[in-house]
Design a protein around this ligand. Structure first.
Ligand SMILES: [Zn+2]
Length: 116
């Protein structure tokens, strides 16, 4: 797979506010011509239609893990894709719009490792 992670759309950094009001830094990748995956730097899945773009000069306090990983290049944090993601089970809430995650088609994430 040759997806290239990005952290900006139209030159603006991507942010996501979770249910508790905490702002996260979002990284994304176009894994398919019409499939864009988005996740936070702390490895939470992000529904594509819930992110927002950080205006230049604007600043928001972000989650500590995202803040820490923001100093790493996208290539480095992308390696985290290979570790089991605890968020989906721990959150207890399924994303309202799972259409952006091609579970049946491609296999973007190594969810199999959970059962090994
Ligand atoms: Zn975060």
């Amino acid at each position: 797979m040759t997806k290239t992670p990005f952290r900006k759309i139209d030159g603006k950094e991507i942010r996501w506010t979770d249910a508790t009001g905490v702002v996260h830094i979002v990284e994304g990748a176009d894994v398919h011509s019409d499939v864009r995956l988005l996740w936070t730097l702390c490895l939470r899945d992000v529904p594509a239609n819930t992110v927002w773009l950080l205006e230049p000069g604007d600043a928001h306090e972000v989650c500590a893990i995202c803040q820490q990983r923001a100093s790493l290049p996208p290539e480095a944090s992308n390696a985290a894709d290979s570790i089991p993601r605890p968020s989906s089970a721990a959150m207890g809430a399924a994303p309202p719009e799972p259409a952006a995650v091609p579970q049946s088609g491609g296999r973007p994430l190594s969810s199999k490792e959970n059962g090994v």
